[in-house]
Design a binder for this molecule. Structure first.
Ligand SMILES: [Zn+2]
Length: 427
């Protein structure tokens, strides 16, 4: 094994704990192959000054982690967002997703999606594709070639949608199994994830089969839960035999410590307890929830209960790919919940929101989202000189301003797994 040591210098910022930013002004990150070995104030041993990759006055932060993204909805970004969830799905999402039976169309869209994710600083992402096996396999290949880290899901639907968007239960399960097997020769950065769209789209038989596949192949699971009150009522009508929405998933083996559930806006206390007990992840998607007037997830309640929480852009219900934007929206939403609903639920701090969008969601991928020793070196180099306005600011204030006011133009370098990733048309 070739051992490759590299050191990066700059203002190192990360959140080992959600409570505070860890800041090392003019610090070093020592990386061995793809793994962080140490962060330090002084030049690490084993490296000469002239070997250091010097990012000067720039900030070095962990890459952003997006736990919920619909790749085929990217062509719809920003459209129909004056509607609510169920009409929006009928009018925009489903007709567009049907077009992904065409692999060449999918190829063009998925290349744009992959570039945009990297451009916006997302280094790890959990994605929904569509029901179509071949175009979903193409997405996995494009992601792998790009260098990004991802879980990719072939969507499963066998009820309650138009004929061109559902499969028979047997076909859906067979295609999912074939999708999982197709990863034998793909890198360990891009992996499959079992993807029942949500309970209303999947029969009990399909959910049962998917739960079994997850167990057999040790594959993670993603879905949606309690985004919208109409959806919650619908699930209760479809499954009066179960106590609540989370129990439906749980009954079919779909609520595990390897599951990520998007939204969690309207969960009951019992469901939150169940998710905490199971170790299930929640993808908080405030941008999408505001756009579709779904509500505001009481994220503090989930954190207090010990649920693993990360952030999701939920493109196309979310209209921004950037996770730094989702961080600021998460703080805004938590302030509204505190002000309007429950004074016990303290608003998020900026460091907590940053933690959710890096280490919180990153833990779904293993040791990802921080610069503590042993973590994968996924990093962004931020040039915020254009965001500085006269007064001198601390490094912590500079990261705050980047989160609220910065964008992809400030992101100069991107590293995933210790390797620098070039994005077309960003330099
Ligand atoms: Zn979604």
């Amino acid at each position: 094994v070739i051992c490759l040591l590299k050191a990066y210098r700059g203002h190192v910022v990360y959140t080992a704990s959600p409570k505070e930013f860890t800041v090392i002004e003019n610090g070093y990150i020592l990386v061995e192959n793809d793994i962080v070995k140490a962060v330090s104030k002084d030049l690490p041993e084993g490296i000469r000054e002239d070997e250091v990759i010097d990012h000067g006055d720039r900030l070095i932060v962990p890459g952003f982690v997006d736990l919920h993204f619909h790749a085929p909805q990217y062509p719809n970004i920003g459209l129909g967002l004056d509607k609510e969830l169920l009409p929006w799905l009928e009018d925009y999402t489903f007709p567009t997703e049907a077009k992904f039976s065409d692999v060449e169309f999918a190829d063009r869209v998925y290349r744009m999606v992959t570039n945009e994710l990297l451009k916006q600083g997302t280094t790890r992402v959990v994605l929904f594709a569509t029901i179509h096996l071949e175009s979903t396999k193409r997405l996995a290949r494009i992601l792998d070639e790009s260098g990004i880290g991802a879980y990719v899901g072939k969507v499963n639907m066998d009820r309650n949608s138009s004929d061109n968007l559902i499969e028979t239960t047997e076909d859906s399960l067979a295609a999912t199994e074939s999708f999982i097997k197709s990863f034998d020769d793909v890198s360990d950065r891009v992996k499959p994830i079992i993807t029942p769209r949500f309970v209303p789209s999947c029969t009990a038989e399909l959910m049962q089969g998917l739960g079994e596949l997850a167990k057999t192949y040790g594959v993670p699971i993603q879905s949606h839960i309690s985004e919208n009150l109409g959806e919650v009522d619908w699930v209760a009508q479809l499954h009066p035999e179960f106590k609540d929405y989370a129990s439906v998933y749980d009954n079919f083996g779909l609520l595990t410590d390897n599951t990520v559930m998007a939204h969690c806006v309207h969960n009951t206390d019992d469901e939150i307890k169940l998710m905490a007990k199971k170790g299930t992840y929640s993808a908080h998607c405030p941008n999408a929830n505001y756009n579709l007037s779904s509500g505001i997830m009481p994220v503090r309640k989930f954190m207090n209960a010990g649920v693993n929480v990360g952030l999701g852009s939920d493109v196309g219900a979310g209209h921004k790919v950037s996770i730094s934007q989702v961080m600021s929206q998460a703080v805004q939403g938590s302030k509204m919940v505190w002000q309007m609903c429950d004074k016990e639920l303290k608003p998020l701090t900026t460091s907590e929101a940053f933690y959710l969008g890096t280490k919180g969601g990153g833990s779904y991928f293993g040791q990802v989202g921080s610069f503590e020793p042993g973590y994968k070196f996924d990093a962004l180099v931020i040039d915020d000189s254009g965001l500085q306005i006269e007064l001198e600011r601390s490094i912590e204030e500079r990261i705050q301003r980047f989160i609220y006011c910065g964008d992809d133009r400030n992101i100069i370098n991107r590293y995933v797994d210790g390797r620098e990733i070039e994005v077309p048309n960003t330099k």
